[in-house]
Ligand binder design. Structure first.
Ligand code: ZN
Ligand code: ZN
Ligand code: ZN
Length: 757
């Protein structure tokens, strides 16, 4: 007796070797039938003895190719027919195909084995790939994902490659970027004028130059890196000076996990992240006295490490024997990563000593992703290469919306059905080049994802460039979403929550509905709206933006608020501020000149960091807050600075007078910086737990959502989770999507989608 089943598989199952996999799985069991691509994924029919068909069905999800992501499988019985074999039915133009495109993936072990095999025809070929690995997202020009619609269209396959491409049993069956020495992309070494350097082996020459301390701009998967030997302090210093990047840490690429373990503390979760096909940068605690130069991450207890992910990276490491290379996005600070060869020569001339380029075009830039393990699981700090454009899967269908995100660490989001497509990291939009990238990403993603939005969601901040762009679009409803509401909605969407939650949104800056700068917010929220239940008490931000760059100003703002101007004069905090300037600052705050009011949690961290003597000025965003967290080091102090809840309207303001009194007392008693930092963090945890309990009493809500950039502080995050867990709250946070402004567009999209549906 025979049975025949029709199987629909949805998810990321195209362009990832799924059809040859099914072909082999069916062949091994002598099943007949067919497979073809559909709009939702693939459609399979198999026919054979019931036991063999059952075995096929059981193995199908379990042994799927590494890049496949199966969302749903449905099976129904259909009448048998006279099939004689198993066929792969080709996709024809015009037929529906899935819009789920695979992200770029690290080179696989099979390809590496071939690349290092001197007998293989692809021996040392820097662009080796197969259906299980290689570029995808960054080479897609249009859909369907077929070679003519990618930047590989420029390369005509040789007969050997074509034979692999056409053979359903081959690992390279329909591998769109398939290539070899004969027919595929090649590398070249260029000098600063963009002229080809005449060498027989550009990779070997690059290795020599890196070894002598040069900075080389190396074209990769989603853009150029600036590379130098991370164990050579002079080389790293040169790179810093040229990039005008004073202290912000560089990420380093290391050849393997054991080297990463030599430099950093790598736990099992971090190890898995390092080895994952996404190959993100992983922030790990740095060991003392390693070969990595201090200049790589000054004043930082953490080091961002990642493993080689392109064949070219592997060649550089194997031939150069490097233990660590700085691999940082090739740009001037805050500009988008460079992707084209001529653009690199133009923009990187003053940064690099030479260029290792190739002729496979990168169609859409995509930075390295940055992750960190906290609370036992991986957290995205910057979600880009390796993850984009895998959608965030939603709990229900939503209308198609374009959300344009915030201003810093911008991403955009497009929704369709049950998918929310978060873009790669775009960057800080006040930079003109980033703004062009923002426009380019909107256009490109709408095209390759085939999404025509019916509404646009934007942040309420009137001077955000993203907001300006959204309001300039005509013909579509424009929906403004409050910044912290969007943070909480983003957390809800990622966790498939509906209904009302207690939302704790802590960050640096977000425009409030009262025109003030919010950032220490406790909301009762659902997708359709929110009530502001509590917030940090307002203080002036003396000098506006200047107060963000100079945390000492925030310390002054808090101290003046609680203890008056006279108290501040003579403090070590203002020792290097001329009295005249200090008086100007006092007057500004008093008269509200360029001193907008803020409830920002980030600025509270700044004030505490400055007062504790950690730093008065920052060189990159959130530096003072990051260093305040790191100051905790090995302190195990369990005491907590007091915060006070002062009733206001229906809710509370969180007053900080008690906190500053205790902090000043400790400073006078020479309490260690580690203990001071820990007491501050503990105090914040306590007041948040207290607020959540009061709100539960009032509303009956049990679920707490944590969002906003401040929750990228691992100590704060883990303590809040632990404390709330003890109080029997159900605590939700971010994993897949950044807690910071990189995740904002997802929340905006969901709020807007709810509004119009
Ligand atoms: Zn491969
Ligand atoms: Zn070839
Ligand atoms: Zn924010």
């Amino acid at each position: 007796m025979l049975v025949r089943k029709a199987i629909e598989v949805s998810g990321i199952v195209q362009g990832v070797g799924f059809r040859p996999y099914i072909y082999r799985l069916a062949g091994e069991r002598q099943l007949t039938g067919s497979i073809c691509n559909t709009a939702a994924g693939v459609s399979i029919e198999v026919q054979g003895p019931p036991a063999a068909v059952d075995d096929f069905l059981a193995r199908l999800p379990a042994e799927a190719p590494p890049l496949a992501r199966i969302i749903d499988i449905s099976v129904r019985e259909i009448p048998c027919n006279g099939d004689l074999g198993f066929r792969i039915i080709a996709t024809h133009r015009g037929e529906p195909v899935s819009t789920l495109i695979s992200p770029d993936v690290a080179v696989c072990v099979d390809c590496l084995r071939e690349m290092f095999d001197s007998a293989d025809r692809r021996y040392r070929y820097p662009f080796i790939n197969c259906t299980n690995c290689g570029p995808r997202f960054t080479i897609v020009r249009n859909i369907p994902y077929d070679r003519p619609f990618t930047s590989m269209a420029a390369f005509r396959m040789c007969s050997a490659c074509q034979a692999e491409y056409d053979d359903p049993s081959n690992r390279r069956f329909h591998a769109q970027p398939n290539a070899c020495w004969t027919c595929g992309p090649q590398v070249e070494l260029w000098d600063l004028e963009g002229r080809r350097v005449q060498v027989t082996d550009p990779v070997a020459e690059t290795v020599t130059r890196l070894q002598r301390g040069d900075v080389v701009a190396i074209k990769g998967l989603g853009g150029f890196h600036l590379a130098c030997d991370a164990t050579n302090a002079d080389a790293v210093r040169t790179l810093r000076e040229r990039k005008r990047r004073v202290e912000k840490p560089f990420a380093v690429m290391v050849p393997d996990v054991s080297t990463a373990e030599r430099f950093c503390e790598v736990d099992e979760a971090a190890r898995q992240l390092l080895l994952s096909p996404q190959r993100p940068i992983v922030l790990t605690l740095r060991r003392k006295d390693t070969a990595v130069a201090d200049e790589v991450a000054p004043f930082n207890r953490y080091l961002g490490v990642f493993l080689p992910y392109t064949p070219l990276h592997h060649l550089l490491f194997s031939e150069g024997n490097f233990s660590a290379l700085v691999m940082t996005s090739a740009n001037m600070s805050e500009e988008p990563i460079c992707i084209a060869n001529d653009e690199a020569v133009r923009r990187l001339q003053k940064l690099a000593d030479c260029f290792l380029v190739h002729n496979r075009e990168i169609l859409l830039r995509c930075d390295d992703s940055v992750t960190r393990v906290s609370g036992g699981r991986s957290r995205q700090l910057r979600r880009s290469r390796g993850f984009v454009p895998v959608p965030v899967f939603l709990s229900e269908e939503v209308p198609s919306v374009l959300a344009v995100g915030g201003e810093l660490k911008n991403t955009i989001c497009l929704t369709k059905g049950r998918h929310a497509f978060l873009s790669q990291h775009i960057g800080d939009l006040e930079n003109a080049e980033s703004y062009s990238f923002f426009e380019e990403a909107i256009e490109h993603l709408q095209r390759i994802l085939e999404i025509t939005p019916v509404a646009i969601a934007y942040d309420l901040h009137p001077s955000y460039f993203s907001t300006g762009w959204a309001l300039a679009q005509s013909g579509l409803p424009q929906i403004g979403v409050q910044h912290h509401h969007a943070h909480i909605a983003s957390c809800m969407a990622e966790n498939h929550l509906d209904g009302q939650v207690i939302g704790i949104a802590l960050d640096g800056t977000g425009y409030g509905t009262d025109g003030r700068i919010w950032g220490g917010e406790v909301l009762l929220a659902d997708y359709s709206g929110f009530e502001r239940a509590a917030h940090l008490a307002y203080v002036p931000l003396p000098g506006g933006e200047a107060a963000i760059r100079e945390p000492w100003r925030m310390a002054v703002a808090y101290l003046v608020r609680h203890f008056g101007c006279d108290f501040v004069r003579g403090l070590p905090l203002v020792a290097d501020v001329p009295p005249k300037n200090l008086n100007v600052l006092f007057r500004m705050m008093e008269q509200g000149i360029n001193s907008p009011l803020t409830s920002s949690c980030g600025r509270l961290f700044d004030a505490v960091a400055a007062l504790a003597g950690i730093r008065h000025r920052v060189n990159y965003e959130a530096q003072a807050a990051i260093e305040l967290e790191m100051a905790i080091a090995n302190s195990s102090d369990e005491s907590a600075y007091p915060f006070e809840l002062v009733p206001e309207g229906e809710g509370w303001t969180i007053d900080t007078r008690g906190l500053f009194e205790a902090l000043l007392r400790d400073l006078g008693r020479d309490v260690s910086l580690a203990d001071i930092s820990r007491r501050f963090h503990n105090g914040l945890v306590e007041v948040l737990a207290e607020l959540a309990s009061r709100l539960r009493e009032k509303s009956g809500l049990q679920r707490v959502c944590l969002s906003g950039g401040t929750f990228q502080n691992a100590y704060l995050f883990e303590r809040v989770c632990e404390r709330m867990g003890k109080e029997n709250f159900r605590v939700f946070s971010h994993g897949e999507v950044p807690a910071g402004d990189g995740g904002l567009s997802l929340g905006q999209a969901l709020v807007a989608a709810k509004k119009i549906s």
